[in-house]
Design a protein around this ligand. Structure first.
Ligand code: GDP
Length: 425
């Protein structure tokens, strides 16, 4: 099995969980390399739905090592809650099954407080952050005042770091935002206790990944969010605070670029975006609502309705370039069943093959493809799909320039059509 990076090609929520699930059967390790508990992969365990926000998706497969790389920011409380929830379901996570990088940055209570206070203060200019402290933690990482997992394992060091950092945070919380100051002693006590519980999982993930590589076990790098939420390549400032593109898999884990053989891009058969920011193919009114309802496009944790629109080939083509995507997985094709005609954006007016520096003024050029009436959720091979549906997939492939090797026609594991050696091995 080659080493593979899986990334979202749009604004996240593309259905990465299911594709990662299909691929994780064949690998020795599933690795998270960026983001924090703002991801949300939906998995099914014994008929029950489990949403993992921080744990890599391979945690439910025996023999699979799950790695939280140095590029991830970790809320220890959330991580322990997820471990406990799986244990209650009879799926305990053993130390050999999960390895947490000692270099990963830790989300501290002041990050959570500041994230919320800042977002509230923005009023209608909100970015739409999930307020889980992820942005402020990345800020502190770059400002070299972060706390890493290794610090949690050393109470004296943790106390020293908190004493050093907290006064400035408390000043900001109380004087700028009018909030309540946090207590250093309490933070140190709480985080030392959580550090003790996590100690068995913390380790040298760089060494581990290199050993797995030598053994040829296959590593799956599981991206969170999507390409256009990337802090460099996304629709700034309406982005997340990490690099979400495939290249981040290297920096976020300590594996070199030459060790990665495949990059799988996940694209929804239409487009959605959460929160503010430009969205050229957004469908307003009834059509937007139709996609939202049939696609169940409401945030997994917040219940917030997602903005919905048509497939944007210019966007996904750009994602292919930025990530070096070699294969595509197309998800939620079933959601489009029943439409008379389906608009697809083939490019932006006046842009030719170039991608504009900002999407604010991008005017999509649409082509209409014929829709199909049949329910396709029962289809298990491409030749069972209605001719119009096949034509839709083929046209997207042509516009984006990469083969579609997995088509998802429903949320279930079995509601999947695969072709190509990567998914069928
Ligand atoms: P992620 O944020 O990209 O990891 O997205 P998830 O893996 O959590 O998927 C988002 C939602 O879409 C989940 O509720 C999935 O069950 C659902 N889903 C995934 N693929 C399909 C599909 O092909 N059709 C339909 N109808 N739902 C899907």
């Amino acid at each position: 099995m080659p080493n593979v990076v899986v990334v979202g090609t749009q604004w996240g929520d593309e259905g990465k969980g299911k594709v990662v699930d299909v691929l994780s059967r064949h690998v020795g390790a599933v690795v998270r390399f960026q983001g924090g508990n703002n991801a949300g992969h939906t998995l099914v365990v014994g008929g029950e739905q489990v949403i993992l926000h921080l744990l890599p998706s391979g945690v439910l497969r025996s023999g699979c090592v799950n790695v939280i790389g140095n590029g991830v920011v970790v809320d220890p409380r959330v991580l322990l809650d997820e471990i406990d929830a799986l244990e209650r379901r009879g799926q305990p996570v053993g130390p050999g099954q999960l390895v947490l990088s000692v270099g990963a940055h830790v989300i501290m209570p002041y990050h959570l407080v500041l994230d919320r206070l800042r977002e509230e203060a923005k009023g209608h200019r909100r970015i739409g952050t999930t307020c889980r402290g992820i942005g402020p933690t990345y800020e502190d990482k770059v400002a070299r005042r972060g706390i890493v997992v290794a610090d949690l394992l050393d109470p004296a060091r943790l106390a020293e770091r908190v004493e050093e950092i907290l006064p400035e945070k408390n000043r900001m919380i109380t004087e700028w935002f009018g909030g309540d100051a946090l207590d250093a002693g309490q933070i140190v006590a709480d985080y030392t206790a959580m550090g003790q519980r996590l100690a068995g999982y913390a380790g040298d993930t760089v060494g581990l990944l290199h050993r797995l590589q030598r053994e040829g076990r296959g590593i799956l790098f599981e991206g969170a969010q999507g390409t256009f939420l990337d802090v460099d390549h996304g629709t700034y400032p309406f982005v997340t605070s990490s690099n979400t593109v495939a290249g981040a898999a290297c920096a976020g884990t300590g594996v070199g670029p030459t060790a990665i053989q495949e990059v799988v891009g996940i694209a929804k058969a239409y487009t959605t975006r959460v929160g503010s920011g430009p969205f050229p193919t957004e469908a307003h009114g009834d059509m937007g609502e139709r996609l939202r309802v049939s696609g169940g496009e409401f945030g997994a944790t917040t219940g917030r309705p997602r903005r919905c629109g048509w497939f944007d080939a210019a966007l996904v083509r750009q994602a292919v370039r930025i990530n070096g995507i070699t294969r595509l997985a197309l998800t939620k094709l079933d959601v489009l069943s029943g439409l008379d005609a389906i608009p697809v954006c083939v490019g932006y007016d006046g842009q030719g093959d170039a991608f504009p520096a900002t999407l604010d003024e991008a005017r999509p050029v649409f082509e209409e493809l014929p829709g199909w009436k049949a329910d396709i959720r029962g289809c298990r091979s491409l030749d069972e799909l209605p001719a119009e549906c096949l034509r839709y997939v083929a046209r997207l492939e042509e516009l984006v320039g990469v083969p579609v090797e997995l088509v998802s026609v429903g949320p279930g594991r079995e509601e999947t059509i695969v072709r190509g050696d990567l998914f069928t091995r």
